[in-house]
Design a protein around this ligand. Sequence first.
Ligand SMILES: Nc1ncnc2c1ncn2[C@@H]1O[C@H](COP(=O)(O)OP(=O)(O)OP(=O)(O)O)[C@@H](O)[C@H]1O
Ligand SMILES: [Mg+2]
Ligand SMILES: [Zn+2]
Length: 455
Amino acid sequence: MKFRTVFICQKCGYEAPKWAGKCPDCGEWNSLVEEVKAQESKKPAARTRSFTQFSSEVIKLAESKAVREERIATHIGEFDRLLGGGLVKGQLTLLAGAPGIGKSTLMLQVAAQLSQTHKVLYISGEESVNQISGRAQRLGVKGDNIFLLCETDIQKIVEQVENMSPEVLILDSIQTVYHPEFTSSAGTVAQVRECTAELVRLCKPKGIITFVLGHVTKDGELAGPKILEHMVDSVLYFDTEKDNVLRLLRPHKNRFGSTGEIGLFKMTGHGLESVDNPSEYFSQSSRDKALKGRAYSLVLEGYRPLLAEVQALVSPTHYPYPRRVATGVDLNRCLVLFAALEKHIGLPLDNKDIYVSLAGGVKLKDPALDLAVCAAVISSCKDIAIPFDHVFMAEVGILGQAAKVPLIDRRLEEAQRLGFTKAFCAPVTKQEKEKLSKLSISEITDLNDLALKLR
Ligand SMILES: Nc1ncnc2c1ncn2[C@@H]1O[C@H](COP(=O)(O)OP(=O)(O)OP(=O)(O)O)[C@@H](O)[C@H]1O
Ligand SMILES: [Mg+2]
Ligand SMILES: [Zn+2]
């Protein structure tokens, strides 16, 4: 077999004959890595296998007896909801996330649940059996039906899987396994692609539910070629807000469910816990009295309305240039809103420092926050306390007008459920407010209107 050297972009998989500082394909700098590649022989090589080996008879779709997919629930509330009700046989899921975020923890918990009815094989290329069993003890996982294997050679993994035929397979992580036919080191594009292809070929026909864990680059993108995301059925990103115990699981791709949902977890000593009432998590100050500079809003994370608490502090400045600080919300968005407040209602902000922050240490981007930011700033600037049971949700344009935000009916219903009594928002239709019995609506058309109604 002849070998030749090629340079492969670690971001997009582009193959170049010569090294270059910048990938000609995706434009990434310093991403080309030297890899040795076997020269393709004229004969069809063993390696030109396809990803999947499904039968290739032609049949009519109407006649194909597609059994209604049975969902296998993990009984981890947030995880099931995210997956559209549970897992499907043969589903290949990629779980990616930053180091230490809790990927292995989540997988062990999922394994524990699935092992009650399924045989689980947990393969780790990162941790020793001792480390895994230590974690299992901490999480209170018994694991009678969970088998551990510490292995990084994909061919040995395939052998083991064929020997013991598990129903659930977990591989931690794709960056640590390698294919011995390839000389490049584990974690490179060629290895990641080939090992995943091997898993797809192995698990799809057998209907094994497979989870593959993956690392992310420092930009938060999946480390490995884009093609990886095409090869699997679902891609889940595990994410956190800085210095927070809250973990967000976001589907990036989901063949058997929606991608609009998110799952919320809390990291505890006993593992990850589903956060069932996230709205309470997002607000900090006790909701029992009126406060100056605090305004609530309901934002959407996926399709789910969540309570957000905006806090603003407006104080006289001691600097030549007033300070503008925003945490959790977009500063540029806030600057636009401050300008609109100055221009349209003449709020004297030019000699004031303004601090805006979102409680709970989360970062949110939702146009509905605009009105809450404006209300909080007016409240702090004019020393008007906002009652604890008032909520604000509308987008505010640069001309000071309020606009309706998407899914307002859901937000209003959630506000009512959370015990708010008055909602300030852009005019809504009759249908959108028909389910509201305890929540009254104060329609806001522009900032002037808001300032008048806050008094
Ligand atoms: N005793 C403990 N009490 C509370 N939380 C803990 C404890 N031990 C570990 N953790 C949490 O678990 C996290 C590590 O979880 P885990 O090993 O599942 O992450 P990971 O995403 O698999 O990391 P890696 O990328 O290193 O594999 C830690 O960052 C910490 O937050
Ligand atoms: Mg891990
Ligand atoms: Zn590239």
